[in-house]
Design a protein around this ligand. Structure first.
Ligand SMILES: *Cc1c(COP(=O)(O)O)cnc(C)c1O
Length: 302
């Protein structure tokens, strides 16, 4: 037994009720409406080689999400940045998945008026999360198009990053059961929209297509659109049909959890030559190159 109980942050560090705690000890009250009603929003920024990638874009989206759902973290962007940095520093991680959350919190006992709840801010830093394993990144993902519809945007606004994931999770379970790696959901009109935690793209005749609405506007999606502009690649942001998607020359998905990741099978049909396409590889390479651009990176220790 040690005399002084020095906390071990090596598996990750969380900020909970004003304190930094090892990730495995981080918890929230069971009565927080963030848990009971999924009444919460969040954002995920990554740290790569000791620097936050596009932190401004993530803070801006988090701020907007909070405002739209009438949640107030009661912290400035500077204060949030300080907390996130401290989580990363304590964990000692050079590459990290950093999540910030704002929950509705608890209402006074017996009240059902959300305006009376005291909103809570939480954060944590854990090792970098890849949405695809190494083999999947090399070979490309096998993806299934679900017949489950994404929750309609008129019901739950998908541009607010949220925990209403039952549609995505049910789709993912069915896809995994069928032997695929992941899933893409459709909207009411039958257009492909997004998957569990990622945006979708396809390439047809040298032009990149990506849905315009019905999904979260991913920071990685935005990065791909900007990279395409600098590389002189045409982009069309518009509704994409299942047919266009599944017969495309190239398909890829984007997420802060790994950047640009190739898809080589859609509904068991091979895409292109059955290996990551040239445009996908170029964008993936540029994504990592942009992690060296000073204007897009904020060092954790600054
Ligand atoms: C987080 C997320 C994405 C990807 O957004 P990034 O900012 O690129 O990480 C896409 N769709 C959903 C549903 C998400 O939660």
């Amino acid at each position: 037994m040690t005399v002084t109980d020095t906390p071990d942050f090596s598996k990750g560090c969380a900020f909970v009720r004003g304190q930094y705690v090892p990730i495995e000890r981080a918890s929230i009250p069971i009565t927080d409406l963030g848990f009971l009603h999924s009444d919460a929003t969040y954002d995920v920024v990554t740290v790569w080689n000791g620097a936050f990638f596009r932190l401004d874009a993530h803070l801006e989206r988090f701020r907007r999400s909070c405002q739209r759902w009438r949640l107030d973290p009661q912290l400035s962007d500077h204060e949030i940045t300080t907390i996130l940095s401290q989580c990363v520093r304590l964990s000692g991680l050079q590459s990290s998945y950093v999540e910030m959350l704002c929950t509705r919190g608890q209402t006074p006992w017996g009240s059902r008026d959300p305006r009376q709840a005291v909103n809570q801010f939480y954060a944590f830093a854990v090792p970098y999360v890849w949405i695809a394993n190494e083999q999947q990144r090399v070979n490309g993902l096998s993806l299934r198009i679900s017949d489950i519809q994404r929750i309609p945007p008129d019901s739950v606004d998908p541009t607010i990053k949220n925990y209403h994931w039952s549609d995505l999770t049910m789709g993912l379970l069915a896809a995994l059961d069928s032997g695929a790696d992941t899933v893409v959901l459709v909207d009411r009109q039958g257009h492909v929209v997004e998957g569990p935690g990622f945006n979708i793209f396809c390439v047809r005749e040298g032009t990149i297509l990506t849905p315009e609405s019905g999904m979260l506007e991913g920071v990685t999606r935005r990065t791909v659109i900007e990279m395409a502009q600098t590389l002189g690649i045409k982009v069309q942001i518009r509704a994409v049909t299942v047919q266009e998607f599944s017969t495309a020359d190239e398909v890829f998905v984007t997420s802060s959890g790994g950047g640009v990741i190739a898809v080589t099978f859609v509904d068991e049909k091979v895409i292109g030559q059955g290996k990551p396409g040239a445009m996908t590889l170029k964008l993936a390479q540029t994504y990592w190159a942009w992690h060296e651009i000073p204007a897009m990176n904020v060092r954790v220790n600054d």
